[in-house]
Write a protein that binds this ligand. Sequence first.
Ligand code: HEC
Length: 97
Amino acid sequence: MKKMFIAVMFAGSALLAADGASLYKSCAACHGAKAEKKALNKSQIIAGWSADNIVAALQGYKAGTYGGALKGTMKGQVARLSDDDMKVLAEYITTLK
Ligand code: HEC
């Protein structure tokens, strides 16, 4: 019984640590594995942005208050993200090199 409990605890923390990486998987197709690309050749390169800037942009897309010609593309991407998801994602993106 005790062993099983420890295994579950482990699985839980591994899941948390992987969160940013797994959330980012759906972004990598356009922004690049290291956030080094101009998505669809239009976005700014977000590698090197501060976490605050990234969260602000994501929240802006969700609210419809931020973005350029292709903001509709991003609105679809962020619709399902919670505030916490955005923070975790933003922190993860700042670690990409
Ligand atoms: C289908 C392609 C696509 C996917 C997938 C995608 N993006 Fe984007 N992203 C874009 C485009 C295009 C823009 C520029 C939109 C505009 O005109 O404002 C953009 C803009 C951004 C910006 C702001 C950069 C700027 O130019 O102002 C951030 C931050 C961002 N995306 C993060 C993400 C994150 C995080 C994800 C995953 C949840 C994601 N994107 C998924 C295409 C994509």
